[in-house]
Design a protein around this ligand. Structure first.
Ligand code: BG6
Length: 501
């Protein structure tokens, strides 16, 4: 098959200093530095790049390079040979002004190569965000020099509820301009998520049926097989709803539901997404009881392996009432989607890793096959598979070849890897390149973050006020609590698990 492609941007990043606060951590080793190597492989980094790791850990530049080399060098020895001499380390506590004085010196020394550009990446616990940004401001590092730029990438979570997210934003905006803040959601770095925009807006055949006349409902599932791993401490504070819904799942929802922007300019795309967040009516407390479901995994079996329950995980309260599963039924109250339910669910220790958007269409209006068993065939479904096995599947009915009328449900399958191969990628490449190039399209704007919190706040309030006594309520390795199924079955629908196609 002939594959044609048009690339979004092949312009390399300008030179800059890439300063990673939390530079010795997991994110830097597993995602950020490998992403730099992948960008270099594609010729998208400038020779004037400088990487400065900043952390409290007792390291110096030589030992920091060794630490990163262990994590990444074997994957790409050529790339590493290029990157290694560009890496530096500054040790210090994030609250210590001397750290920023030293950083200022390093940046000044490198100014000829970097042209004064600096991208500060906050790969730190959220509690450090404001302190670091205020200290950068205090040391004069947040103000762009005459010919360069200064930008700050902020990792999620942005606050832990509507009020704290607003407070975080106010404090960031007291020392930075909105254009300098890049709120990252790594789901937007996934190629398959970006492909959703292409799928919807570069193809003429889907848009006419992408609305309440033809769509019965939409399901967005982010299922994880893993438990909370070594992040029990963080998870006890967050829970599944905060960890995944107002960010990753809402991004998927917005891209699925938004109107076509008039161009792919950052503000046009972000305005359309913002309209979707604003069109989600907040649930009343009664709605929360009937349209929001929480769960927590008990022990069970995943992939043939016994695994402990959430309450037995490290750094988790043995009586914890924190949810590891959340499902919601939301509406998008606008002309296109009025009356179409959007079902969202996410959970840990589900049977498999699976992120997908299912657009289920209405049945044909008059069933010619009403009196035969074939009327029970599943309706048409478009499954946009984000990960793994990235692809798009369209399910429809077809006649089974036989003298009698029998129908089967078949799938038309497009699998990304078969057509485009699967070059190594961390999901951070596009986002880092965009931040270096000053393109905020795939980053979140402050007002969207706030609107997303506003939509989930009633659920946080009701769940906070009514701790559940029924946890754990799903065994590891199952698809979550029974109430999550009932959310759909009470209207004759059911979650798509892939088994029925
Ligand atoms: C993170 C959450 O943002 O996303 C994790 O904090 C979750 O709890 C992860 O496991 C999922 O990301 P991905 O890319 O593996 O789907």
């Amino acid at each position: 098959m002939k594959v044609s492609s048009a690339s979004r941007s092949s312009t390399p990043a300008p030179p800059c200093a890439f300063v990673i606060f939390g530079g010795g951590g997991d994110l830097a080793q597993r995602k950020l530095v490998p992403a730099l190597l992948n960008l270099r492989r594609d010729g998208l980094l400038d020779d004037g790049l400088l990487v400065i790791g900043v952390a409290r850990t007792e390291l110096d530049t030589a030992s920091y390079r060794e630490l990163l080399a262990e994590a990444v060098a074997s994957e790409d020895p050529d790339g590493w040979a290029w990157l290694d001499p560009r890496i530096h380390y500054r040790r210090g506590s994030f609250g210590d002004p001397e750290l920023y004085t030293a950083l200022a010196e390093t940046l000044a020394e490198a100014e000829e190569a970097t042209r004064g550009n600096a991208l500060f990446y906050l790969a730190t616990p959220p509690s450090a965000f404001v302190g670091v940004v205020e200290a950068l401001h205090g040391a004069g590092l947040a103000r762009p020099p005459e010919s360069g730029w200064r930008r700050v990438v902020v990792e999620k979570p942005f606050g832990r509820d509507l009020e704290l997210a607003g407070e975080l934003d106010r404090r960031l905006l007291s020392v930075l301009r909105e254009e300098q803040i890049y709120r990252i959601d790594h789901y937007l770095g996934k190629d398959t998520v970006q492909n959703l925009l292409v799928f919807r807006f570069a193809n003429g055949i889907f848009e006419p049926i992408w609305n309440r006349r033809y769509v019965d409902h939409v399901q967005i599932t982010v299922a994880e097989e893993i438990g909370v791993e070594h992040r029990g401490g963080y998870y006890e504070e967050a829970g599944a709803l905060r960890d995944m819904v107002p960010n990753h799942l809402f991004q998927l929802l917005a891209i699925t539901a938004m109107e076509p922007p008039i161009s792919f300019a950052a503000e046009e795309v972000r305005n359309e997404k913002q309209k979707i967040f604003e069109a989600i009516p907040p649930l009343s407390p009664e709605d929360v009881l009937s349209r929001a479901v929480r769960g927590q995994y008990g022990s069970g079996e995943v992939e043939g392996r016994r695994v402990p329950g959430y309450r037995e995980e490290g750094r988790v309260d043995p009586e914890s009432t924190v949810e590891t599963f959340a499902a919601l039924e939301l509406a998008v109250d606008n002309w296109r989607w009025a009356g179409v339910p959007f079902y969202l669910r996410t959970g840990k220790r589900l049977p498999r890793r699976r992120t997908e958007i299912v657009v289920q269409f209405k049945r044909a209006p008059f069933s010619l096959f009403r009196d035969s068993p074939v009327e029970h065939l599943p309706p048409n479904r478009l499954v946009l598979r984000i990960q793994p096995k990235e692809g798009i599947h369209l399910g429809f009915s077809a006649k089974v070849p036989a003298p009698v009328l029998r129908m089967g449900h078949v799938d038309m399958d497009f699998c990304y890897a078969d057509h485009f191969g699967s070059p190594p990628a961390t999901g951070y490449e596009t986002l880092l390149l965009d931040a270096m190039q000053g393109d905020p399209t795939l980053f979140q704007r402050g007002d969207s973050v706030e609107s997303a919190w506003r939509a989930v706040q009633p659920v946080l309030d009701v769940w906070g006020a009514m701790p559940t006594r029924g946890f754990p309520n799903y065994p590891a390795g199952s698809w979550g609590p029974r109430a999550a199924d009932e959310l759909l079955t009470r209207t004759g629908r059911h979650w798509f698990t892939g088994e029925d196609t």
